[in-house]
Every structure is written in C-alpha cells, then in structure tokens.
Design a protein around this ligand. Structure first.
Ligand code: FES
Ligand SMILES: [Fe+2]
Length: 444
C-alpha cells in the first residue's frame, strides 16, 4: 500500500505532503533528486564475478542490472534493453560487455551499445543507442554508483571510516522491508535501546566498567540536538554520579547515513547507509572498523546479554529483493519467542539486535503514516532530522542549492557517534570536540 497516493494532492494535510516528500525516492521526486546528488554504496565487490552472472539491483526505485565484464570492469544500467525492453538480466556476460539474448545487441560497462548484429551492416547504428548506464566506483570492497547528472559527479563522502585499511573493514548488508526513513530513524532514536534491546537487563547484572549500566539505570535520557555541517547531531545525557555524566552522541549525515552510539566514542569508527532500494525496501550498509571492541560486553556472570545473536541470512535469490534478506521476517513474526518475552529473558522476545530493529520499523507499515504519530521530547532528533532533510530537498528542487556534503565531502570526517563518560562542566558541543581530540583517529 502506498499511503495517500489515492488522495488528490489538494486534500492532503501538510503532514501528509511532508511525508510524501520525505519518503518517495523515484526519479523526479524531491527526495529522489536530492539522493541522486550523492554516491550510493550499492553492492559488495564480491557480489560480482568477472564474466559471472549479471545481478538484479534496485536503487532509488530504478530496476537495474549490475555485471562485471570479463576484464573486471563493473557496469550498472537500466535492466531493460533499449532495443525492445527485454531484460538484460538474462544477458550474456561477454568480452566487451553484456549482450542481450533477444537480438544480440551488446552494451559496454558504461551502457553504450557496441554491437547491433541483427541489423544489416549498412543500417546498424550502435553509436546512436545508449542504455541508461550509471557511473560506478569500486574501492575497499564496495561498489558505489552515482545516478545523478553526469556533469555534476561529486567526490565520494569522506567519512573517517573511508580512510581505514581494507583489511580493517567489516561491511555488512541487510535488507529491510520498509521505507528508508523509518529504518534510518531507528539509529537516531536513542531511547529505544533501554527497552527494545536491553529492557530485560538490570545494572547489577553488568560489570562496573560497562557503560551500558547507565542506559539501563535510567531509561529516559535528556536529549539535545543541533544541526551539524554533515546533517544533525544529538547528545543524550544521563547522571553518572561523582561529578560525571554519561553521554551518547549520534549523527545523521546527508543523505541517508547514520552513526549510532554503538560502542565507545573513543574507538567507534563506523558509518551506516540506509540505501533506498525503492519506496518500500531499504538496504542497510554498515561499515565498521574491526579494531573497535564489541558493542555489547559480557555480563558479570560471563555470559552474553540475552537476545544477542548473529544475523541469519536467508538463501540468496536472484529476485529484485533476494540479496541479504534475513531468515527472520514479517511472514514468520521474526520467530518471536513469547515465552522469552513473558518470563523476561528477552524484553522483545525476538532474538538478534538488528532483527529487533527490523520488527519494529517494518511493523510501522511499508511507509509509515507520520501524520498519526505523537512525538515527545525523546524524539527531538528525529523531528529535526526530518526537517533538515525536507528543507534541503525542497531547496535543491526549487533553487538548485546543493545539499550538504556534495561539494565538500570533507565535512563528514569529524562526525563520530559513541558513548562516553565525562566530567561535568562543559556544554555538550565542547564535550564532543574534546572527546574527538582525545579519540583514536584514522589518519586521512
Ligand atoms: S530486445 Fe534486446 S536486442 Fe532486442
Ligand atoms: Fe535499535
């Protein structure tokens, strides 16, 4: 169901109009235009083999085909052959490019037609035909795509994690069956941690040094937010005793990135993209620095926190949404264990932290109806981020003003999320600056 698309625009409330502009990403939409200003992490390098099978790929509502030619170059283009629209997914991955199996036209990695063998030589005009191909870039195990105006191709975003050695990177893809924005909002919604993920944990079960004690010792954080060069930042503060405060910082970074406080600020070098596949499917792409310690520490009794488990992936298929789908999904209620929920072993009853997030955000509906929400002070980061995104998208659509980070991708480099214990006495932006100065950094 696509919310409100059956209603004429004139009768939509302002909140409904805002929600449409925030969530629709196809060609010609305001948010889709904004997203097309940036490079998009689209696939792992290992998903495409030289001369191997082409792969169905959906990005920003466009159905594409991705392939790696026998010479190693990557092509990403509209999956429909420009001759008569047969899918190039079935194409032959040959030397020189992908060849349509219908009449044999061939396209190189840029989408240019290089052979038209079903047409007598005097009539063949491959140079006049071009598939909608997109620029690609491959680096450190990731394939990036740029889907905007070729004349305005920007540099890649320069987040700190981008400077890590490839062998120090851990990259995780995971399909989520809902709109990108409600998925993204989970990472900037700090107060859910104390319920959804660790509602069953009490401070006395944790080691003295475990900062999670402050999360479960007071589950109602005070939140402050501000705009940042890269997007928005929040600081959630809790009283920690002895003149100290426990702080959690997190960022939203244009156009679809987050840095959640999943780990100590000192080493939490990590960025996550919420890549819109279409309006109702999102690929989260998490890039972590391997040298950071695990987010969830062992409890006092030496056991892992209940509910912690690795993601189980379903067998990969060649469907449009067949990559990186988890076993736990809405059709099996995420394998919820009601006994574990009832007896308090796992607050949500759902095993695996990312699956807990999947369950709540997917259950909001494919595109959640924000006009019926009741936001409270703990949602202030979410409200501000929506406003920032909407303003930037509308400004770009109406005046061409480029959104943050397109022209100057170095603005991302000082963005970091994480949790930390500080002596009281400074404002939170001062704490942020001080923590960053003292943190482990990866040299540019
Ligand atoms: S449809 Fe592809 S070559 Fe004819
Ligand atoms: Fe979460």
């Amino acid at each position: 169901m696509k919310m409100n698309e059956e209603k004429p625009v004139a009768v939509l409330s302002r909140a409904e109009k805002d929600n449409i502009d925030l969530t629709r990403v196809g060609p010609g939409t305001v948010m889709g235009q904004l997203m097309r200003c940036y490079w998009i992490p689209a696939a792992l390098s290992s998903e495409l083999q030289a001369g191997g099978d082409p792969m169905r790929l959906v990005l920003l509502g466009e159905r594409l085909v991705a392939f790696r030619s026998p010479d190693g170059s990557v092509g990403i283009m509209d999956h429909r052959c420009p001759h008569r629209n047969a899918s190039l997914f079935y194409g032959r991955n040959e030397e020189g490019g992908l060849r349509c199996i219908y009449h044999g036209w061939q396209f190189d990695a840029t989408g240019a037609c290089v052979d038209m063998p079903n047409v007598p030589k005097q009539h063949a005009c491959p140079e006049k035909v071009k598939s909608q191909g997109y620029a690609t870039h491959e680096e450190k195990g990731l394939i990036w795509v740029y889907m905007g105006d070729p004349a305005k191709k920007p540099p890649l975003p320069h987040m700190e994690i981008a400077d890590a050695n490839p062998e120090d990177l851990e990259i995780e893809f995971l399909l989520r069956e809902c709109n990108y924005l409600q998925a993204l909002e989970g990472d900037i919604d700090t107060s859910h941690l104390g319920f959804l993920h660790v509602g069953h944990v009490e401070p006395e079960q944790l080691n003295e040094s475990d900062l999670m004690r402050y999360v479960v010792g007071n589950r109602a954080p005070e939140l402050e937010v501000s705009d940042a060069p890269w997007g928005t930042t929040y600081c959630a503060a809790k009283e920690a005793g002895d003149g100290k405060s426990y702080l959690r910082f997190a960022n939203f970074l244009f156009p679809f990135w987050t840095q959640a406080p999943q780990g100590e600020f000192e080493t939490n070098i990590f960025s996550r993209a919420w890549v819109p596949l279409d309006d109702t499917h999102t690929m989260s792409v998490t890039i972590r620095w391997k040298k950071r310690p695990p987010v969830f520490k062992k409890m006092k009794d030496g056991n892992d926190l209940p509910g912690i488990a690795p993601i189980q992936y379903a067998p990969r298929t060649t469907d449009w949404f067949g990559r990186w789908a988890p076993v736990q999904n809405p059709r099996n209620d995420y394998l919820i264990d009601r006994d574990a929920q009832r007896d308090g072993r796992i607050y949500s009853g759902i095993l695996c932290v990312p699956m807990q997030d999947q369950a709540v955000t997917e259950s909001m509906g494919e595109i959640t109806d924000r006009s019926r929400e009741h936001l409270v002070p703990s949602d202030v980061m979410i409200a501000r981020t929506r406003r920032r995104l909407l303003q930037a998208a509308r400004a770009y659509a109406s005046t061409g003003e480029l959104p943050p980070g397109v022209q100057d991708p170095s603005i991302y480099r000082n963005a970091r999320g994480g949790e930390t214990l500080v002596d009281k006495g400074k404002s939170w932006p001062e704490h942020y600056e001080a923590q960053l100065r003292e943190a482990t950094r990866i040299p540019a």
